[in-house]
Design a protein around this ligand. Structure first.
Ligand code: HEC
Length: 127
């Protein structure tokens, strides 16, 4: 291979790696790539997206309870829904996406929130 195509290929691969590892997936994107497996159908008795009755109760518990549970796992749910490539912030966004679809009105979380929820998750341990 001559230099020019090789450079183009390297650049394309670098761009691809950057795009797929960036922490910029929205809550909806994270839901659709991971959480939907259980939370789309209610598989393993997961609270379904848009189920106002189940999510209504969870919304009252608040994000300080919900996000650490999603990060650390809870009963049938593995840590980060079984997708370790998700960042803590991406998981938090997905929690907010589902909570708001179930009647919540939470603001978009930021990096500081994600750090705090990670601390809470580590302190709490897996339940
Ligand atoms: C393998 C199936 C599965 C996947 C994938 C999954 N969950 Fe869950 N999730 C569950 C189950 C089952 C429960 C109910 C847990 C229980 O009984 O306490 C649950 C509960 C939750 C709760 C409520 C926790 C609480 O405090 O009661 C949140 C929040 C949550 N999931 C977020 C997520 C997010 C965000 C994702 C995607 C990143 C995800 N889940 C992916 C199975 C799953």
């Amino acid at each position: 291979m001559s230099l020019a195509p090789r450079l183009a290929l390297t650049t394309a691969l670098a761009l691809f790696a950057a795009a797929s590892s960036a922490e910029d997936r929205s809550g909806e994107e994270v839901f659709n790539c991971t959480c939907i497996v259980c939370h789309g159908s209610g598989y393993l008795h997961a609270p379904r997206l848009g189920d106002g009755k189940r999510w209504g109760k969870l919304v009252k518990e608040g994000l300080d309870d919900l996000v650490p549970a999603a990060l650390k796992g809870q009963r049938a749910m593995p840590p980060k829904g079984g997708n370790p490539r998700l960042s803590d912030l991406e998981v938090a966004r997905a929690v907010v996406y589902m909570a708001n679809a179930g009647g919540g009105a939470f603001a978009e979380p930021g990096a500081d929130d994600a750090r705090r929820w990670r601390d809470l998750a580590e302190r709490k341990g897996r339940r």
